[in-house]
Ligand binder design. Structure first.
Ligand code: CP
Length: 343
């Protein structure tokens, strides 16, 4: 899968398929733009006219609560027209191919598709076949990538770990990050690692039993830990991953309770963390498995803030790709300010 497919000849986003290959400058531009949108979302007038007249279609072939609804809300906040195709009730259930589904919906003058699919590479397939001017946003493809989740995780980390004032370039470099749980099946882990590495984080530990660690993951620049206490030692950020039981065809674990005992974030383990360490989870949570049930929304948890940040981050990506040309990419934030003062 070629990461270059998502950039145009000027290095601007045309699609968003993966965080792999995106440099620190572009990632920072997206996060800065999201900060501006987040300010708007906290004010009385949450809607901006940036994507008026544009049509965005959500194609979710897998279930979703957070990603689908925040993409829809983000598009509506930008004044786009949004369609949610019910895939089980669509003609794909009669055998229509992904290619024909794409071409059929393009004929309705769609500008952007948000795609979630169980197959790694599905979003790339759409991007390869999309008409000029039509953009694809990957909302999660198999085990491969979940780039907007990666971005909202980076946004959350930057917001809570950059201290007072504007985040400096060292914000990510000094961090110690533990990614704990089902790394094997996790597109979130891959997107988080790509994003953190691009922004300079060098101390990233992936923490799981050997059966849930993909072969060769060290090549992504992470350290593998099979003991949770070693993995959590001194960390600033803990990113928990959901055990993806629906993708586990074999016996990856003796039992959920044994996983919780050996790799779950228990109250005792939370108490042993640094006082300023933050706890994240992309959701949905398996309560009592990845984290002790009544600690899920505890004082160090940012799980619900992650959901909230997803709206601003998705608005940023949509506006940078689909907004008026003067409002795209490096000009995104300035364009947003112009739109606000014109509104
Ligand atoms: N984080 C995430 O992708 O959640 P959903 O499956 O609810 O969209």
């Amino acid at each position: 899968m070629s990461p270059e497919l998502q950039l145009d000849s000027h290095g601007r986003l045309r699609h968003l398929l993966t965080l792999e290959g995106l440099d620190a400058g572009l990632l920072t531009e997206i996060l800065d733009t999201a900060e501006e949108f987040d300010k708007t979302l906290r004010g009385p007038e949450k809607k901006l006219p940036l994507l008026r007249g544009r049509t965005i279609i959500n194609l979710f072939f897998e279930p979703s609560t957070r990603t689908r609804t925040t993409f829809e809300l983000a598009a509506k906040r930008l004044s786009a027209d949004v369609l949610n195709l019910q895939m089980a009730a669509s003609s794909t259930s009669k055998g229509e191919t992904l290619f024909d589904t794409l071409k059929t919906l393009e004929a309705m003058q769609a500008d952007m598709f948000v795609v979630r699919h169980e197959a790694s590479g599905a979003a790339h397939f759409f991007a390869q076949h999309a008409a000029p001017g039509v953009s694809i946003l990957n909302a999660g493809d198999g085990r491969h990538a979940h780039p907007t989740q990666g971005l909202l995780d980076l946004f959350t980390i930057r917001r809570y770990k950059s201290g007072a004032g504007r985040p400096g370039p060292d914000c990510f470099r000094k961090l110690r990050v533990a990614i704990v749980g089902d790394v094997l099946h996790s597109r979130v882990a891959r997107s988080d690692i790509h994003g953190l590495r691009a922004l300079g984080t060098t101390d990233i530990r992936v923490v799981a039993p050997p059966t849930l660690i993909p072969a060769g993951i060290e090549q992504m620049g992470v350290r593998v830990c099979h003991r949770i206490d070693e993995g959590l030692d001194g960390v600033d950020v803990v990113i928990l991953l959901r055990l993806q039981k629906e993708r586990m065809l074999g016996a990856y674990l003796p039992s959920m309770s044994e996983f919780h005992r050996d790799f779950g974030l228990t109250r005792k383990r939370i108490e042993a963390l640094r006082r300023d360490a933050i706890i994240m989870h992309p959701g949905p949570i398996n309560r009592g498995v990845e984290i002790e049930g009544d600690m899920a929304y505890g004082p160090q948890s940012l799980i619900l803030q992650q959901v909230q940040h997803g709206i601003a981050v998705r608005m940023a990506v949509m506006a940078m790709i689909l907004g008026p040309p003067q409002r795209r990419a490096a000009d995104g934030r300035r364009g947003l300010r112009r739109a606000r003062s014109a509104a």
